[in-house]
Every structure is written in C-alpha cells, then in structure tokens.
Design a protein around this ligand. Structure first.
Ligand SMILES: [Zn+2]
Length: 366
C-alpha cells in the first residue's frame, strides 16, 4: 500500500460531485479511520457531509466487512454506496445542530417571504448543483453550461460568492440521478393509478440525423386532471419496421409495468405504424375490447389533405418559393431587396421557405 497516495475503497463508489480528481492533497484526501484498500485513481471528498462523517472499516453483524460512514458526533454509521450522500446529509442536518455544531461550509442569509415572515436561507453547494442540472434539463441548455468561468462570475457577482464551477461530469451525473428519481416517481404514480392510459408515439429526427422514438402516456391522475408524460425517448438506430416499432414501444410499457393498461395508441399513417397495430393486437394489450385501440393522428391526416389541396395551386406557390430562395441565396440581392422595400415605404422582411410535413409553414411563407 502506498501511503503517499490518497485512496478510497473499491466499495466506496461515490458519485463524481463528491469526488474531485484535481487538487487533492494528502491531508484532504483521506478521512480519518482505519486503513482502506487503494484504487487506481486518487480521489478527494468535496461534499460538505464529510465534516460530519469519517470513513471506517467495520465488521457488521452478518460478518461482512466494509467501509462505513461513521458520524463524528453520535454512534450512528451508514452505508457508502453509489446512491450518493443524500442519506448522510439528512443525518448531518439533524445531528450537527443537536450536538451544538455549526455547518462551516454553508452560508446563511435571511429569506423574506411574501407574507412578511423571515426565515434563514442556507446556501448548499450540492443543492445548487442539482438546481443547475434541473435548469439545464428544463431549458435545453448544453451540458457544460455550469463549466464556464463567465457563468461562475455571473453567479458570484449577482447571487453568491461561494458558487464554484460545476464540471460537465458532475452535471451529467446529476442529470442521470434527476432522470432516475423522476422515472421512479412516475413508475410509482402509474402503479397506483386505476385508470387506463392512452399512448401517442412518433419517430423524430434530430439535427444530428439520429432518429428517436418517443412514447407519451396520457391519463387522468388521482385528482382527475388530464396528464401527459413522456414515458420513453429511445434511439431508433435500426430500420423503422413494424416489428422494431412494436418492440421499442412494448419495452417502454414493460419498464413501467403497464402493458395491460393501454386503452389506445395514436400513430401517424406511416405504413410501418399501421402494420405494427397487428402485433399489438396479437399481444392482446388493449383494453375496452380493442375497440378504440388504433387512433390515427388527426394532424397528419389534415396535413395530407392540405398537401393535396396545395398541389392544385402548386404552379403559383412554386414561383413564390423560387423567388424567396433567389433573393435569400445572395447577400447583395438581399440588400437590394431591402433597399427597394424602404424606397417603397415597406418594411423589409425575411422570408422562410415552407416544408412538406408542416402544412401551416406554407401559410407562414405566404
Ligand atoms: Zn450523528
């Protein structure tokens, strides 16, 4: 064992937000307690829970020996696992005040509420990282959003001088944990529902040219509110055949244990979608005798009707479309068009061309 290397037991697989691979020193690296087995990578605890816990090797009553997180202020000890440090933090928040200890890594401020009351607001770096991951997921920001010195400066100047850069690895782990928590909550909710679930599904093509199949569940929740939740968003990096579509959707339903709770499924009129219905019927997953089972995506039908109608006037629309791309394909032409508009007291505008799968895009173009 190399005493100059900070190390951690193999069984102590903390998530990356607790482990910072940079800047470790001998004294910071190893919590006190008995010696532990080295791993290949030096790691450091950064979570503030380690002001309350030591890592010690313990032999449990069932004769298993392993590293445990032992409270410094009371006799309790806890598992150290992949599940992170949430359970340790909950204990710390109760135990440290009970033993007259102050959490030195957090900063307190007064928080005013709309009703005039004032409570203590505590800055918690772990909670801040989780909030950042939620923000990134909700607003579709890049995963390295918090891994940026200018963002750090913004938060430091405007909100909290304690905020530090959050690496993309930390954000990635927090996003995965957020996803798992929300999926587990959704699973529990669907398990306790007594109503049927209606599905909609479509295959979607991302900018990166990858295809994804999305399955959305629609149902009445326990308060009779119409609710819709994305149940699955799976890559479709194989042929879009009826069998593959069926297999992906069934796998999503099996994940949630709702294969026998489906009232209907709404798909667009692609041939493979329609063919997949026969496979669902064979599997006998539909409720209400299968009477409402296959729904055809109404907007897709409207689009087919509108496209057929637009064909009747295609000669005129084609000329407008050509003119728009002719103006837009050269900067001098576009400038000349703008000058012409201004001379005629018209506001120069930018045009967008239409696309066949969105019938209202032709309307917007005109
Ligand atoms: Zn304790």
């Amino acid at each position: 064992m190399d005493d100059n290397q900070p190390y951690f037991p193999d069984g102590l697989n903390m998530l990356n937000d607790d482990l910072d691979l940079s800047q470790q020193t001998e004294t910071e690296a190893r919590p006190s307690g008995s010696a532990v087995t080295p791993t290949s990578r030096p790691k450091r605890f950064t979570s503030n829970v380690w002001q309350c816990f030591d890592i010690v090797q313990m032999t449990l009553p069932e004769c298993t020996t392993g590293p445990r997180a032992k409270c410094k202020f009371c006799p309790k000890d806890y598992t150290s696992s992949r599940q992170g440090t949430g359970h340790l933090r909950r204990h710390m928040e109760k135990c440290m005040p009970a033993h007259g200890q102050i959490d030195t890594t957090t900063q307190t401020q007064l928080q005013r509420h709309p009703n005039g009351s004032v409570t203590t607001w505590i800055y918690d770096p772990e909670r801040a990282k989780e909030a950042l991951a939620r923000y990134i997921a909700q607003t579709d920001q890049p995963i390295n959003f918090g891994d940026n010195v200018f963002f750090q400066e913004f938060v430091n100047d405007a909100f909290n001088p304690q905020h530090q850069i959050v690496s993309r690895t930390t954000t990635r782990n927090n996003l995965i944990r957020l996803f798992q928590t929300q999926r587990d909550e959704l699973m529990a909710e669907l398990q306790h529902l007594s109503v049927s679930i209606a599905l909609t599904s479509d295959i979607w093509n991302a900018c990166s040219k990858q295809d994804y199949l999305c399955v959305t569940g629609h149902y009445l929740d326990s308060d009779w509110r119409l609710t819709k939740k994305i149940l699955g968003f799976r890559p479709m990096d194989f042929a879009h055949t009826a069998e593959n579509i069926f297999n992906v959707i069934i796998e999503v339903l099996e994940t949630y244990g709702i294969t026998n709770r489906i009232l209907s499924i709404t798909l667009d009129n692609a041939y493979a979608n329609t063919s997949s219905i026969a496979l669902f019927t064979e599997r006998n997953i539909s409720q209400a005798g299968g009477y409402f089972f296959h729904q055809r995506y109404a907007c897709h039908i409207i689009n087919l009707i509108v496209q057929a109608g637009l064909k009747e006037v295609s000669a005129r629309i084609d000329r407008i479309r050509y003119a728009i791309s002719w103006i837009g394909s050269s900067n001098p032409r576009f400038r000349e068009f703008g000058r012409h508009c201004t001379l005629n007291n018209l506001r120069p505008r930018q045009f967008q061309t239409d696309m066949p799968v969105r019938w209202n895009s032709t309307y917007l173009m005109l």
